[in-house]
Design a binder for this molecule. Structure first.
Ligand code: HEM
Length: 565
């Protein structure tokens, strides 16, 4: 065997290095040398015998990819590269997640501090956190779109029913993977979203002892604490990725086994010719599909990096507090539909219905009778799916606090203008700009630009939650919509307002500021609400919303950091 030194003696240093590099590249690519790789990327014809086919048989990375595809399925339609991009997102999440793991300990004592350390001290820490969190949301979107496309092109039909079923499991795992990461920052948003989610599961249609034990296991105790955090962490970094990896391989094995389905119009009804690819209709993976996939990967990466750098910051609320429930507990947007349903019907029905719906989706291809994948033959199915998507979008909106919120409009205004915790425009006004006294919404305070800005915001929010009754052209409908109603138990509730939001009739509101001790201001929001039938009569007064601002508190910094100002 000739050694490298022998080669140097024989060929000279330059040629020996080239030969060695070629040898190494050939080993890595299982058959292609540097010139083959360059020719493939340039789009040149391969030499004969074609070295580009060997990596599919011999290499670790490519042996699960077919070496060629039907040209029809390598165009952007029908796949839109969504299956590949789902795979890529999983890899993206794994890499960014491992980097974050280095700086994170799953303990309530330090987890939240770890997040701040990642944001403030770890080089590129905030970028990686943003990329991971944005990636999780993009992955949900990409997987859902991939599901939608396989439905629309009828690719779930025989013989791909099982591919669809494993895909459904992948969808559920993707949602769980994303949601299990939600708790890890150990902030208010995370803590309460998970608490509410888990408490809903207590209503499952099973014997109470079973539900209680499931809840106990999921929380790691009577309430979420150190055990719970550790369990959700392990679910997030270990169990879910492992399951997703396993099901991915089953899914992909099935995809390769049956071949990618051709566009519906290209086949006879009931036939499946995906695996019979005539020579003149073959497109080789290297270079055509590979370069196309690389391009889409690069574009998506660019979006994720640019989005994380300039467009979006992963949220971080204040430290989790088991005794303070925030006014609005919101599920992540991709589960908001379930929160919407909980507002409509009994908990037990909904918690029982969701798994049933998933099972129905999994088995749907086995029961579907129509053989044709063509769009014209599937008008009913396609229409039903569009109605279902619209229903999910509406349900998602119903899950937001805007829909049927239980709190009163004065609370809604207060929570936005002067939140219980965390920064806001008003809290971030520099201490020296606020003098004791009272301020009206929208008031211009000379020499205090930040306070003026905060008061303008206060006015906008107040108007969003008000009915303007002083207008003589108002109809009975408007008056009725804004009337204050007495509930059965004596509590007062506002009418539904004109935009279906509870609203205060012609409110008078002001911000009262008092210096309660040296260097400490007390901020209080005061509301007076008129009777819509007789505006001279004050029906409701509320003045219990109070917050304190210390001269040394650093809300300005925090507010800027979270882009809330
Ligand atoms: C993590 C999630 C998923 C990954 C990584 C993944 C990956 C893939 C890949 C790489 C392909 C082949 C190429 C393509 O169609 O783009 C594919 C095809 C397929 N996937 Fe998925 N998938 C996922 C989720 C799903 C879901 C949620 C469904 C449906 C419920 C699904 C159903 C299918 C079907 C039916 C095919 C065959 C398409 C055809 O032959 O035309 N997949 N998947």
């Amino acid at each position: 065997m000739t050694t490298f030194v022998d080669q140097v003696r024989e060929l000279g240093v330059k040629q020996a290095v080239i030969a060695k590099t070629d040898e190494v590249v050939e080993r890595i690519t299982a058959g292609m040398n540097v010139n083959d790789v360059r020719a493939a990327l340039r789009g040149d014809e391969p030499r004969r015998p074609n070295p580009r086919l060997r990596p599919h048989a011999d290499s670790f990375w490519l042996h699960i990819r077919p070496s060629f595809y039907h040209t029809e399925v390598t165009n952007i339609y029908p796949t839109f590269r969504l299956g590949w991009l789902s795979t890529f997102m999983f890899v993206w999440e794994t890499i960014t997640g491992i980097i974050l793991m280095v700086f994170y300990t799953p303990s309530p004592l330090v987890a939240y501090g770890n997040m701040w350390n990642i944001l403030a001290n770890v080089p590129l820490g905030q970028l990686f956190r943003n990329m991971h969190r944005l990636g999780a949301e993009v992955m949900v979107i990409v997987v859902a779109l991939h599901m939608l496309r396989t439905f629309i092109t009828g690719s779930y039909k025989k013989p791909r029913q099982f591919t669809w079923a494993t895909g459904m499991i992948l969808l559920v795992l993707t949602l769980l993977l994303s949601f299990s990461g939600y708790l890890l920052p150990w902030d208010q948003l995370a803590y309460w979203a998970l608490t509410v989610f888990l408490s809903a599961s207590e209503a499952a249609p099973a014997p109470p002892a079973v539900n209680q034990n499931i809840l106990l296991i999921a929380q790691g105790g009577p309430s979420l604490g150190a055990n719970g955090l550790l369990r959700w962490y392990l679910l997030h970094v270990l169990l879910m990725p492992l399951l997703l990896g396993i099901f991915f391989f089953v899914h992909y094995y099935k995809v390769v086994l049956h071949g990618l389905s051709l566009p519906p119009g290209r086949e006879e009804i009931g036939e499946d010719t995906a695996k019979r690819v005539p020579r003149d209709e073959r497109t080789y993976f290297i270079p055509d599909l590979l370069t196309s996939e690389l391009m889409w990967t690069a574009l998506l990466s660019l979006f994720l990096i640019a989005g994380s750098l300039w467009l979006w910051d992963a949220p971080l609320e204040t430290h989790a507090d088991p005794v303070v429930t925030p006014l609005h507990v919101v599920a992540p947007w991709y589960l908001s539909w379930s929160q919407g349903w909980l507002k409509l019907a009994d908990k037990t029905i909904i918690v029982g219905f969701i798994p049933l719906l998933m099972v129905a989706f999994i088995v749907m291809p086995y029961f579907e009778v129509g053989k044709s994948r063509r769009y014209a033959d599937r008008r009913v199915g396609l229409s039903v799916s569009m109605v279902f998507i619209a229903f999910m979008l509406v349900s998602n909106w119903m899950g937001t606090p805007e829909f049927r919120v239980e709190s009163s409009p004065d609370r809604e205004v207060s929570i936005k203008v002067l939140p219980e915790e965390g920064p806001s425009l008003l809290m971030a006004v520099p201490y020296e700009e606020i003098q004791p006294g009272s301020y009206l919404p929208g008031q211009v305070v000379s020499g205090s630009p930040h306070l003026t800005e905060a008061l303008a915001y206060y006015k906008t929010i107040l108007e969003e939650h008000s009915c303007t009754m002083g207008n003589p052209a108002l109809t009975d409908f408007h008056v009725a919509a804004c009337r204050i109603e007495e509930g059965g138990t004596g509590e007062k509730r506002y009418g539904v307002g004109i935009n279906n939001k509870e609203a205060m009739p012609d409110p008078y509101s002001e911000l009262r500021v008092e210096e309660v001790q040296d260097g400490l201001l007390e901020l209080n929001l005061y509301y007076e609400v008129a009777n819509p039938d007789d505006l001279n009569e004050i029906l409701n007064i509320s003045d219990d919303w109070v917050k304190h601002k210390h001269i040394d508190s650093n809300y300005e910094e925090e507010c800027r950091y979270f882009n809330k100002c």
